[in-house]
Design a binder for this molecule. Structure first.
Ligand code: DAT
Length: 176
């Protein structure tokens, strides 16, 4: 059975605005916001923490089994929010949004979060080197990957309008 609603990944370097976008998009569309970080933490899908980076060492098999059992592929209507995207099977995903942020803006957001030393440096490098954009382009068909800016609140509003329009078109195309 083909899903009636699309599955959307919102990805990008920590601090670019994934959660901000995913929450608002889920509210506007009625889709389910899947905060991968939260699930990993709540369900224990990890093998401890990388203390230096301050992030979970994720057990990807457990995470993917969990998502598969939640009928993600059949039901659709999920907004996946995570700083990686290459682990999700292509057949689950209809749109990959890669958020990008000016490096001075990102620096301020990450230091406000208390990031410092290696964690701050690695995330800044990752954004400057467009690591997540490259990962998305290598993992999914070019036509489903979109790069959007997330420097300001106006950007968020514009991005949401664009994604909601894309959702409408996706649904219309499948009805015809
Ligand atoms: P992420 O989920 O990618 O780590 P977030 O949504 O938690 O990012 O946002 C990090 C902080 O930056 C948070 O305080 C909200 C703010 N922010 C995010 N995107 C923004 C934007 N486009 N304009 C203004 N503030 C933004």
């Amino acid at each position: 059975m083909a899903r009636k609603n699309p599955n959307i990944i919102i990805t990008g370097t920590p601090g670019v605005g994934k959660t901000t976008h995913a929450e608002q998009l889920a509210r506007a569309t009625g889709f389910k916001h899947i905060s991968v970080n939260q699930i990993v933490k709540d369900e224990g899908f990890h093998e401890g923490r990388d203390e230096e980076l301050g992030s979970w060492i994720v057990d990807e098999d457990k995470l993917l089994d969990y998502l598969e059992e939640s009928q993600i592929s059949e039901e659709g209507g999920r907004v996946l929010d995570w700083h990686a995207c290459d682990l999700f099977p292509e057949r689950w995903i209809d749109l990959v949004v890669v958020l990008r942020c000016d490096s001075t803006v990102l620096y301020d957001r990450l230091t406000a979060r208390g990031y410092k030393d290696k964690k701050l440096d690695e995330n800044m490098d990752s954004e400057i080197m467009q690591v997540l954009l490259d990962e998305a382009r290598e993992s999914y068909k070019e036509e489903i990957v979109v790069e959007l800016r997330s420097d300001s609140v106006d950007d968020v509003d514009g991005n949401l309008e664009r994604i909601e329009q894309w959702v409408e078109n996706w649904k219309k195309d499948r009805k015809d």
